[in-house]
Design a protein around this ligand. Structure first.
Ligand code: ADP
Ligand code: MG
Length: 320
């Protein structure tokens, strides 16, 4: 919303000194981006938090955005709203054609080149979704991750499963525990691996990390851990809330765990993230870093809703 008269200008000026988000006299417009036709719960939470701060919040899908450049023009227009100051990118869609994916990737790089804050950056979202690349990068920086093999050859997967005993085979891009299998027997692993190869899917095999019947979800925003909680599952090794795990409060967050989660976000250039950590016999092991985490479990376990903190964080980027 732009100030339309002197009274509005005065109000904006007054508010700007009392924490109301304004950029150069105009109210901030922030778009929450997702691919679904209507905003999912977390997107709605973010929009409510933004509006609660006096920020104009818009829900956007990537297909509503039009890029133009060359011939002296360089812009990304949004069908209904111009002048978006920042974007909270929740999802660019991973079940698309490669062409659609590449256009959306370029679109958010374009916005970045136009100087718009994107939270999280599209590069970081894509890296984090890629379980192979993200864990490899983390491991290269000394973060403990499970022993992992990635191949397209079922025979190699078979030999790895023979060597490791209990393994987990999971989609290289996946979430909520869907499609992850725990296998004790190399021949079963081979059948799974061969089927994946026949479907043109890579084979991602991980050593099973012995852990209690829980893992820890650490929620980081900026340089801080906002909250952490246990995800406890009485009868599954998969401790995703979507798989039936129960969120349970964690009385005291170990500073070592805090440091580990913050480091993961820094390494992957994520402004906020949910870091999944297993308590293995050797210490903390990072299973995954979620660049677009949900937070229903977090609210249930801790009463903390990070939407406001994320909104404040993004607004602070607009003012710089
Ligand atoms: N290597 C592993 N060893 C033990 N448990 C695992 C392993 N990998 C995943 N899990 C369990 O499965 C859950 C889902 O795995 P994760 O890698 O986080 O994928 P998703 O993206 O589906 O959440 C984890 O939260 C954890 O409980
Ligand atoms: Mg996970």
């Amino acid at each position: 919303m732009l100030a339309t008269n002197a009274a509005d200008e005065h109000r904006l000026l007054h508010l700007s000194t009392s924490l109301t988000p304004v950029v150069l006299g105009a109210l901030i417009r922030i778009a929450v981006v997702h691919t679904r036709p209507s905003p999912p719960w977390s997107a709605r939470q973010l929009m409510l938090a933004l509006e609660g701060m006096g920020v104009s919040a818009t829900y956007l899908r990537p297909d509503q955005m039009i890029a133009e450049f060359g011939g002296g023009v360089n812009t990304v227009r949004v069908q209904y709203h111009q002048d978006i100051d920042a974007f909270i990118l929740r999802d660019i869609g991973f079940s698309t054609t490669i062409e659609q994916f590449l256009r959306r990737y370029a679109l958010f790089k374009h916005l970045e080149m136009l100087g718009k804050p994107i939270v999280n950056p599209v590069d970081s979202i894509i890296t984090a979704r890629n379980k192979y690349l993200s864990l490899l990068i983390l491991a290269s920086k000394g973060i403990p991750v499970p022993r992992t093999f990635v191949t397209e050859d079922p025979y190699s997967a078979y030999r790895v499963a023979q060597q490791l005993g209990r393994v987990v085979i999971k989609p290289i891009v996946g979430s909520m525990g869907f499609g992850a299998l725990m296998l004790e027997d190399a021949d079963t692993a081979f059948v799974v691996a061969r089927t994946l190869a026949q479907l043109g899917q890579p084979i991602y095999v991980q050593q099973y990390v012995e852990k209690p019947n829980r893992d820890i979800r650490v929620f980081v925003i900026g340089d801080e851990v906002v909250a952490a909680y246990y995800r406890v599952h009485a009868n599954s090794w998969k401790t995703n809330i979507a798989q039936g795990a129960k969120p349970k409060p964690l009385e005291r967050i170990d500073p070592q765990l805090e440091e580990l989660a913050i480091r993961c976000c820094k390494i992957l250039s994520l402004h906020y993230a949910g870091v999944d950590v297993a308590e293995s016999r050797e210490g903390y092991t990072v299973l995954e870093v979620n660049a677009s985490p949900g937070w229903r479990g977090l609210v249930t376990a801790t009463g903390i809703n990070p939407a406001t903190r994320i909104a404040q964080y993004v607004v602070s980027l607009c003012k710089k």
